[in-house]
Write a protein that binds this ligand. Structure first.
Ligand code: FAD
Length: 388
């Protein structure tokens, strides 16, 4: 790790712990069972200023680095929530979009509110027909009269669209010149989520009940030209580093959730007595948990490495892919073995580990699937032909 400086500052973890202390496992159990957004908890994180970790001080943020953000996400996930990165979405990925590519007007109106947790903004990129081949999206934005774009298309899997104030919608502003240049001609637009042209439909899914996802259809949704984010047609280039950040924060979320699952499992294994002895005294119980703990440790170091490179302004694409790949597998092992350790109890909702298992499963396919992570590692790190 030559040249890497993790500069771990535990004060951010302490801030998360203090903001989380009132919200115990029963709070999260209720949120999951009722499918509610955790507003109270969100407000507690917001009061502690935690949504402004990477936002500049001049916009009311803390102006700290990605490492601190990563630690906050991991700690939040470890504190019963699981998958904390979703709570930080607006203060991390969205804030980065505007900090790096927004106009001064957009920064001034949005960043202070994002830092204080007063705004939620969702990202609408995915489309039913294009799948992971996102550069071939078909939503169109056409300049129809001076200063206005008409957006028409259909988005899917948009998380938090029910409570978002705005959406960042990706749309084609010009046709791609060729297959190889498909990444050109895509632009980002800031759209008021209350616009009546947006037809939202809730999707039912396996887990992550604390946030909902939606399909959104729209025809001739009128957007001011001033709501264009970044350069016209260059969204793909603007967003790519931010997607790498998404991978690192998702990895931190998975590591936190995996640790939480292992803690629940170890606590159970220490006290559950069967055949006259605690089950945790059997190596058949211990070893898979220890193996998952080791995998989580590796995943954590990889995500710290990626974050450290990001803070030094270095390319961290490969490290972000490694971190996400290892953390999905480590957190899957941890939650699966936790469920196994609790036996029949593990399958019931009163014991929480089934929730962690359901939630973690999402990240084998989102934000990017294991297959596509492997394909990008094969291409980027091994020099093999691009396969996607
Ligand atoms: C919980 C959740 C929340 C989400 N939130 C959002 C959001 O807020 N905003 C948003 O825009 N999107 C969101 N998404 C969408 C997500 O980022 C992906 O775009 C989406 O999951 C792609 O799914 P798909 O079924 O279209 O995959 P497909 O592209 O149809 O892929 C299906 C399978 O084929 C595999 N595959 C495809 N191509 C190859 C290849 N070349 N080599 C090997 N394997 C391949 C994939 O790995 C996958 O296993 C969310 C998804 C989930 C699950």
């Amino acid at each position: 790790m030559i040249g890497l400086d993790f500069s771990i500052n535990d004060s951010i973890r302490e801030q998360v712990r203090s903001a989380s202390s009132k919200y115990d496992v029963s709070y999260w159990r209720q949120i999951d069972q009722e499918g509610q957004f955790p507003y109270e908890y969100w407000n507690s994180l917001a009061r502690a200023g935690l949504f402004g970790i990477i936002i500049e001080k001049k916009w009311d943020g803390m102006e700290r680095g990605i490492l601190d953000l990563l630690l906050a996400v991991e700690e939040t996930s470890e504190h019963f929530s699981g998958l904390g990165s979703y709570l930080y979405l607006s203060g991390s990925l969205v804030a980065e979009i505007f900090s790096r590519h927004g106009t001064e007007g957009q920064k001034k109106s949005l960043l202070p509110k994002l830092a204080k947790g007063e705004l939620k903004i969702s990202i609408a990129l995915a489309e039913e027909l294009t799948g992971f081949d996102a550069s071939s999206i078909e939503t169109r934005a056409t300049l129809v009269q001076s200063g206005k774009y008409a957006l028409s298309g259909s988005k899917t899997f948009v998380t938090n669209a029910d409570l978002a104030d705005y959406l960042v919608i990706f749309a084609r502003t010009s046709k791609p010149d060729s297959f190889l240049k498909r990444s050109l001609g895509v632009s980002m637009f800031l759209v008021d989520a209350d616009n009546s042209a947006l037809k939202k439909k809730k999707l039912e899914r396996l887990g992550m009940n604390f946030v909902n996802s939606f399909t959104i259809d729209f025809q001739d949704l009128m957007v001011e030209e001033s709501n264009l984010i970044g350069d016209l047609g260059k969204a793909w280039y603007d967003i790519i580093e931010i997607f790498n950040l998404d991978r690192v924060l998702t990895a931190a979320s998975l590591v936190g959730t995996g640790k939480l699952a292992l803690k629940q499992a170890s606590d159970w294994a220490k006290k559950r007595t069967v055949f006259g002895k605690v089950i945790g005294s059997n190596q058949g119980i211990q070893f898979p948990l220890a193996d998952a703990a080791a995998q989580l440790e590796v995943a954590e170091v990889l995500s710290l490495k990626a974050a450290s490179l990001a803070d030094q302004g270095k390319n961290f694409a490969s490290e972000a892919a490694y971190a996400l790949l290892c953390s999905t597998s480590a957190a899957s092992a941890a939650t699966d073995r936790a469920l196994q350790t609790l036996g029949g109890h593990g399958y019931y909702k009163d014991y929480d580990v089934e929730r962690f298992w359901r939630d973690v499963r999402a990240h084998k396919v989102h934000p990017v699937s294991e297959e596509l992570l492997l394909a990008s590692i094969a291409e980027r790190s091994l020099g093999l032909p691009k396969s996607y």
